[in-house]
Design a protein around this ligand. Structure first.
Ligand SMILES: Cc1cc2nc3c(=O)[nH]c(=O)nc-3n(C[C@H](O)[C@H](O)[C@H](O)COP(=O)(O)O)c2cc1C
Length: 209
């Protein structure tokens, strides 16, 4: 089920899509967190309600089934899962660590994949959702390899992935004051956010007809 806000104007009903934007890095000055903010702005200007979070504010232990059996879901993992549940789409940027996406991101997704009640639909935080991926790294490939496994994982969890994605190479020189120095690239990233907004809008229109 998609969560939507509806606004009534004089002439029509406007459905507002809700997007959660986050990166797989909690590093101060993270390139990926900067990247996700640029894409988020692109969705916001078209009317999506975007919530930007930093996974560093959601500390949770490394997933272990024994821990889960004893303590249940940690409070911050439950908060993160709730945010996923409340949003229709996700903008996600992840660093590439040793050719894959970050452990911080994987751990948060693993916790959020767990049911907290016996009757909960499996993977309820992911099923029927839409996501757009991006990455930034100081290397020449911009973290592109990490997105291959992230795309596969999210697809297997029931998320529909937007076909377009961006990997920003040579990240140390690419960002300045939260913007991409290359204006064309900045626009492209912003467009990623805008396109997720449009995808959600189309989906919502079809669901409501
Ligand atoms: C353990 C580790 C492994 C890394 N492996 C890769 C890699 O495989 N490919 C790559 O492009 N960068 C790699 N990097 C560099 C990261 O891309 C870089 O630290 C980047 O700034 C992290 O993203 P952030 O700025 O969002 O924190 C690695 C960094 C660390 C700490």
């Amino acid at each position: 089920m998609l969560y939507q806000f509806a606004l009534f104007t004089n002439t029509s009903l406007i459905i507002m899509s809700k997007i959660l934007a986050f990166s797989g890095s909690s590093r101060k000055g993270s390139f990926n967190q900067q990247l996700v903010r640029i894409a988020a702005r692109g969705a916001q200007v078209l009317g999506s309600e975007v919530t930007i979070i930093n996974l560093g504010n959601y500390p949770m232990p490394i997933f272990c089934q024994d821990y889960e059996n004893e303590h249940g879901m940690p409070a911050k993992a439950a908060e993160f899962k709730q945010l996923l549940l409340e949003n229709d789409g996700f903008l996600i940027a992840s660093p590439e660590y040793n050719s894959s996406f970050s452990a911080l991101l994987k751990n948060a997704l693993d916790w959020a994949s767990r049911a907290t009640t016996p009757d909960e639909i499996p993977l309820s935080a992911f099923q029927g959702k839409f996501a757009t991926l991006m990455a930034a790294s100081p290397g020449n490939l911009g973290g592109l390899r990490g997105l291959v496994s992230l795309r596969m994982l999210l697809g297997n969890m029931g998320v529909t992935l937007a076909p377009s994605q961006i990997a920003i190479a040579k990240a140390y020189a690419a960002f300045e004051q939260g913007k991409l120095v290359d204006e064309f690239k900045h626009h492209e990233v912003s467009e990623l956010g805008a396109n997720l907004h449009l995808l959600l809008e189309k989906f919502n229109d079809n669901s409501n007809n």
